[in-house]
Each structure stands twice: as structure tokens, then as C-alpha cells.
Design a protein around this ligand. Structure first.
Ligand SMILES: [Zn+2]
Length: 210
């Protein structure tokens, strides 16, 4: 870990932490962050890339604004003066990769059951079309063939990031990690939340009608 950064203010990180805590409590309430699973991040600096991400190993329904870690482009912990050096989730590496590749300023990762089941059933990608909720992820309600990519799971975030980069579609703000969960992203936390909710609904619909 390098010496503490002075360009990033602790207030900025803790304000992001407060927003992340609200989102995490909401997703926990829906049942998408069981145990200590899942994580949410917000970009707090673009150059250099820095993300505030929910700290590892905590109940996501009980987070405080200070239960946040700051990471760089490879998910490595970055020390910020006035911010407790909590351990970021290993998955923060993929959050950073998503933010770097897609220009998203918020990334959500949840172990939503429908995403895992759909990834198991359609390991080559989940095809969706002709349903109104596709508009909620920026696609068309009719005559628009949408594939939610499915990538293999890995504990190696560089490898997972490479698979993500190869598979993701810039028009579709979500990817399923097989046997694991869902990553979804947006221009801010509220947008990322809406995308997550709509994708999960679309996957439930697909499973129910296939
Ligand atoms: Zn996970």
C-alpha cells in the first residue's frame, strides 16, 4: 500500500460510503446480498481511477458510511488520509475493470438467485427480446435481440477481468458470472440500481417463460 493520497478527501469517500450503505441495505432487503455476499462501488476519482467500494466481510444490511474501502484500477487498496484502511473485497478488481472499460460511475454485484440459475441454464448467454422491461436497461421493447453475456467464474480477478472484457456488450449494462452472481452498472448508483432490478426481473421472466 502506498503512502496516503492527499488529492482524495476523506469526506468525498465517506459521502460515497453513505450512499453505498443505503443501496446495500436496499439490496439486502430484497435478498440479493445474503450472508456477507455482494458489493457495490462508486467512482470517486477518474484520473487516477479510484473507487469507493463496500468493505469485505460485513453484513451489507448494516453498513455505516465509514464501512468503505478505496481501490485503484486493479482493485488494490489505496490509502486515503482520514479513511480507515478496511479490506476491500477481492471482487473490487472486477468493479474497477468494469468502471474503466464502460465509463460507468457505479457498479453493483449481487448473488441474485435468478442470475445464477439463468447462467447455469444458458452458459452461452441469456437471450431476451420483445419485453417492455428491456427499456429499463437502455434497449428496445420490440425487435431488439439482447444477450446478457455469461462468463466463467474465477478467483483470479485479472483472469475474470479479461473474460469480462472479451464478453461484455457496450449496449448491455450487465454480465452474469456463472455459478456466482450478477454485475450491473450505470452512470450513477441510482441508475445502476435500476439496471440491476430490471435485469433480475428480465432473468426471472426468461426462466418463467422458457
Ligand atoms: Zn460475489
Amino acid at each position: 500500500m502506498s503512502s496516503a493520497e492527499t488529492t482524495l478527501a476523506a469526506d468525498r469517500v465517506h459521502a460515497a460510503g453513505a450512499r453505498l450503505a443505503v443501496e446495500a441495505a436496499r439490496f439486502t432487503g430484497i435478498g440479493w446480498m445474503r450472508g456477507t455476499s455482494g458489493n457495490i462501488s462508486e467512482v470517486v476519482s477518474r484520473d487516477p481511477l479510484r473507487l469507493a467500494v463496500t468493505a469485505s466481510g460485513l453484513d451489507k444490511g448494516e453498513l455505516l458510511p465509514t464501512d468503505v474501502a478505496v481501490v485503484g484500477p486493479r482493485g488494490e487498496a489505496v490509502a486515503v488520509e482520514g479513511v480507515l484502511p478496511l479490506r476491500p473485497s477481492a471482487e473490487a478488481g472486477l468493479h474497477a475493470r468494469v468502471a474503466a472499460l464502460t465509463d460507468a460511475d457505479a457498479v453493483v454485484h449481487v448473488h441474485a438467485l435468478n442470475a445464477v440459475v439463468a447462467g447455469h441454464r444458458w452458459p452461452g448467454g441469456v437471450l431476451l427480446r420483445d419485453v417492455e422491461t428491456l427499456k429499463g436497461i437502455g434497449r428496445l421493447a420490440h425487435d431488439d435481440e439482447v444477450t446478457i453475456p455469461v462468463i466463467r467464474n474465477s478467483q483470479d480477478m485479472d483472469e475474470l477481468g479479461d473474460w469480462f472484457e472479451a464478453a461484455y456488450d457496450p449496449r448491455t449494462p450487465a454480465v452474469i458470472v456463472a455459478d456466482h452472481g450478477l454485475y450491473a452498472w450505470g452512470t450513477d448508483l441510482k441508475h445502476a440500481r435500476h439496471v440491476t432490478e430490471c435485469v433480475e426481473w428480465l432473468l426471472a421472466y426468461k426462466l418463467a417463460t422458457a
